[in-house]
Design a protein around this ligand. Structure first.
Ligand SMILES: C[S@@+](CC[C@H](N)C(=O)[O-])C[C@H]1O[C@@H](n2cnc3c(N)ncnc32)[C@H](O)[C@@H]1O
Length: 458
């Protein structure tokens, strides 16, 4: 029988249609659409206002160093096998922190969250990590949630003991993949037993909310290899999993240039890896938390999703929405009601600005009213898989075209719209970046082509 209804697209066709370059939406507007740097005076005034409102800030400290280069890595890193200059770096971080407190005229900034990221924060020797934390966590920070990214190959029990003493309970382990061939190509060899030992030590010290970072779509990855890797992962028993799509941006990241094209999974292979991995993770009892993230139902991240507190910012998904986000260290991005400011990316440029007694931001953005509104919709899509523009206060002229922009996704069963409410369907979850893009006015207005700027959405 002939029918007017088209056959639903299969996974391969969906990827072909929707795998386009797009932002990851750890911020809106995304960095490429930023305007100008907020002036210092207005910036400080806005920070103060936010602090007055919420009273507890989130702090991100960027420690860019790694001992070796992982070839796939897309992060802002500095390879320093010799560990020279660690002490100087800690001093510089503390200078930046003091400068900030000085500008805010505060002896102590109350913190609700602290996150150390990199690079590799546990690259620092335990005594240097201790000096850094002692210099920052000086006042009463009871209830402050502290977390850190660690590379199991360089993290010791001494590191963990220092962190536990400063109240850290959340740990994110860089795993990526246990498959030996993938590890060989990634220049990152680490065994399951090394990870198991570190995990046992962390559990003994009271760490919970332990996350593993895994990546699908890595060069050399196969479905069988990834499944074996996931079995190893699930046996080890993390509380959370990040399951990132490999961002292949060899035009920006030199380490990725060495991959032969045929070793990099194509779009269809990536989707197959993603779907198989996601199903395995869900079947193991994890819940999907926004994009790329999963957590056990009893974990804090899953609870915050159910209680409507889940937030997304430059640190990824967080359990609460602390404002402002203060960020120190080279390339770190701060956020407050006024907008964003990003620090100098190069270590030397960052240090030079600090030497001159300046807060070392070099670019940023001042939100306009449309940004603030669209940012909420994008956040809703990324943290709740749903949003609505029923109330006039949640509408902006750009949303007049929203149904039209989403129409193909409605037809393909990726989203459902009823009235002025949108919901991403389970089938649509791998395409959540595409849904968010429909709310991205700045991306839509950008004149230049976006290919070779962002990584692929799926
Ligand atoms: C700052 S990095 C890693 C922390 C630590 N240095 C380590 O390697 O264990 C944070 C995470 O970003 C993810 N990541 C890095 N490069 C990526 C890429 N090109 N595509 C997708 N995810 C990436 C990895 O999962 C990594 O664990």
């Amino acid at each position: 029988m002939k029918t007017d209804l088209a056959e639903p697209l299969g996974p391969r066709d969906l990827v072909e249609k929707y795998s386009v370059p797009g932002p990851r939406y750890t911020s809106y507007p995304s960095v490429l659409d930023w305007g100008s740097l907020p002036p210092l005076e207005a910036w400080i005034a806005s920070l103060k206002e936010d602090l007055g409102r919420d009273s507890r800030a989130a702090l991100y400290v960027h420690i860019p160093f790694c001992e070796r280069r992982c070839t796939y890595c897309g992060c802002n890193t500095l390879i320093r096998p010799q560990h020279d200059g660690e002490e100087t770096f800690v001093e510089q971080i503390l200078v930046e922190w003091s400068l900030l407190k000085c500008h805010l005229r505060l002896g102590n900034i109350p913190l609700g969250e602290v996150h150390l990221g990199g690079g590799t924060p546990t690259y620092l020797a335990p005594e240097n990590l201790e000096r850094l934390l002692a210099g920052i966590l000086t006042g009463p920070h009871a209830g402050c949630q502290a977390s850190i990214e660690v590379d199991p190959r360089v993290t010791t029990r001494e590191h963990l003991a220092v962190l536990a003493r400063f109240g850290f309970r959340r740990l994110s382990l860089g795993i990526q993949d246990f498959d030996p061939e993938v590890q060989r190509l990634a220049h990152r060899e680490q065994s399951a037993s090394l990870v198991a030992d570190l995990l046992a030590a962390a559990r003994c010290l009271g760490f919970d909310g332990i996350n593993f970072d895994l990546i699908y779509g890595l060069p050399g990855q196969t479905p069988e290899g990834l499944m074996a890797s996931l079995r190893t992962t699930l046996d080890l028993g993390p509380d959370r999993l990040a399951f990132y799509g490999y961002a292949h941006v060899p035009w920006v990241k030199a380490g990725q240039k060495g991959y032969r094209d045929e070793r990099v999974p194509d779009a269809a292979a990536r989707l197959a890896l993603h779907l198989a991995g996601r199903e395995t993770i869900l079947r193991a009892g994890f819940q999907e938390i926004g994009m790329d993230h999963f957590a056990r139902p009893e974990d804090g991240l899953a609870r915050s999703l159910h209680e409507g507190r889940l937030h997304r910012n430059f640190m990824g998904y967080t359990e609460t929405r602390a404002q402002p986000l203060l960020a120190i260290g080279p390339s770190a991005i701060s956020e407050c009601s006024l907008g964003f400011r990003q620090n100098e990316r190069e270590l030397s440029a960052w240090a030079k600005r600090l030497d001159a007694g300046e807060l070392p931001a070099f670019r940023g953005h001042v939100h306009d009213p449309e940004d603030l509104l669209l940012r909420e919709h994008i956040l809703n899509v990324m943290t709740r898989f749903a949003t609505d523009w029923e109330a006039a206060s949640r509408r902006t002229p750009f949303l007049h075209g929203i149904e039209e922009r989403l129409a193909p996704m409605v037809l393909d069963g990726l989203v459902e719209i009823s009235g002025a409410r949108l919901e991403v369907t389970p089938r649509g979850r791998p395409f959540v970046r595409n849904v968010a893009m429909a709310f991205d006015a700045r991306l839509a207005r950008r004149q230049v082509g976006t290919s070779f700027v962002h990584s692929k959405t799926v």
